[in-house]
Design a protein around this ligand. Structure first.
Ligand code: 3BY
Ligand code: FES
Ligand code: FE
Length: 403
């Protein structure tokens, strides 16, 4: 049986409104299909344009089998390339971030311009045509500082997402931000468990004491809709009157969603006290308690925007049982550490929350790895979000595997 048909068979064995089966988390063919059908085809969040402020600044990441480098060129454009030399394939950049006037391969010094052109290749003789060996571009789009890349030859449409997400992020003025703190977490679990865990707060009461100082689970937010929740509708109305798009927007295919939720009474930020961590607001709405704007885009990112800071999360699968989660704490670029904010106060809640979530993911990965594991049912009340993610995954995979 091919790896495709084997994966399709596993997908058909999933019962509606139930967790995924052991094989869908553990099987190596399924993982290869996750890469080929999703990670190698979809738009993947890489990082923020303000991290590449000057020309020559670059960042690297690994999207499944593909090493990618993203760089700001001499004209100020952000470009992405396959991070593999056109000579014998060495990675050009091995650091996760850096700055370089040109991309010089460490192996035999082939040298590429920031536009990907091969500028120098020693000892290649007269018949060598340099322009046949430029770097291979990777699709790259930037929306309100969010750099998305797609390693497929043909990328899916990006415009619908751009049109939907941009009005939500715009008032938070991310282009005026900097990364105040960044943390990589290597989670020993399948990437789908990481996103499933993020899409429900059924686990919050018993696991996230720090987060619950400010975060209130709003059950209608997790799934779709929310129009029937008077508190949520009142929050949307208040924020929209102040110029902040807030009403839930869900992609028709379920790949992305934006919505703004209220925080608990008196809390205006994710801090232990509920008070702002940064003495410099991002938005100009004039409303103090705007709550949190949430946006996710499958399979690679979820995000929170508060009045005083924002958080971006990036998920990358390293193997069937290992996932890299990178969190960035974004503050206004003029906010000074030690004066306008204190790192411990800023990062405490989500450093703790991330660690707690990592442990939940790892324990679940251990449990679902048992041959005795039988997928249990989702709660109709508290697990509509996680069911929405799992349905998106199964529907997307089935559609692509049957193409
Ligand atoms: O995974 C979590 O704990 C987060 C908290 C906020 C949204 N999500 C449920
Ligand atoms: Fe890059 Fe040889 S592999 S110069
Ligand atoms: Fe959690």
């Amino acid at each position: 049986m091919t790896s495709k048909s084997k994966t399709l068979e596993f997908l058909h064995l999933r019962e509606p409104r139930h967790a995924l089966t052991r094989e869908l988390y553990r099987d190596e063919d399924v993982f290869q299909q996750d890469l080929q059908q999703i990670w190698h085809k979809e738009w993947i969040f890489a990082g923020h344009s303000f991290e590449l402020a000057k020309s020559g600044e670059y960042m690297t990441l690994q999207v499944g089998d593909y090493p990618v480098v993203i760089i700001r060129d001499d004209k100020g454009n952000i470009r992405a390339f396959h991070n593999a030399c056109r000579h014998r394939g060495s990675r050009l950049c091995s650091k996760s971030k850096g700055k370089s006037a040109k991309l010089v391969c460490p192996y035999h010094k082939w040298t590429f311009g920031l536009d990907g052109k091969l500028l120098f290749a020693g000892n290649m003789g007269d018949n060598f045509i340099a322009s046949d060996h430029n770097l291979m571009p990777v699709h790259c789009e930037v929306v309100n500082t969010y750099i998305y890349i797609c390693v497929a030859e043909e990328a899916p449409d990006f415009d619908a997402f751009r049109k939907d997400v941009s009005p939500f992020i715009e008032p938070h003025r991310l282009e005026d931000c900097k990364v105040a703190f960044e943390a990589d977490l290597l989670e020993k679990g399948n990437w789908k468990l990481v996103f499933e865990n993020n899409r429900e707060c059924y686990h919050c009461d018993s696991n996230h004491p720090e987060l619950l100082n400010s975060f209130v689970e709003n059950l209608s937010v997790a799934g779709v809709g929310g129009d029937d929740d008077p508190e949520l509708v009142a929050h949307w109305d208040k924020c929209e009157a102040a110029g902040l798009p807030s009403r839930l927007v869900m992609d028709e295919k379920g790949q992305y969603r934006m919505t703004r939720i209220p925080l608990s009474a008196k809390a205006v930020s994710y801090t232990m006290s509920g008070q702002p961590a940064v003495n410099h607001r991002l938005d100009k709405s004039g409303v103090e308690d705007i709550g949190a704007l949430l946006y996710f885009h499958y399979p690679s990112t979820w995000n929170h925007f508060l009045g005083d800071y924002a958080l971006s999360f990036r998920v990358l699968p390293l193997s069937s049982g290992e996932t890299l989660v990178t969190t960035k704490w974004l503050v206004h670029k003029d906010a000074v550490e030690g004066v306008d904010y204190d790192l411990e106060t800023l990062t405490k809640v989500w450093v703790d929350t991330n660690n707690q979530d990592r442990e939940l993911v790892e324990e679940t990965f251990r449990g679902v790895s048992s041959p005795s594991y039988i997928p249990g049912p989702f709660s109709d009340i508290a697990e509509n979000g996680v069911c929405q993610f799992v349905d998106w995954y199964c529907d997307t995979m089935k559609a692509k595997l049957s193409e």
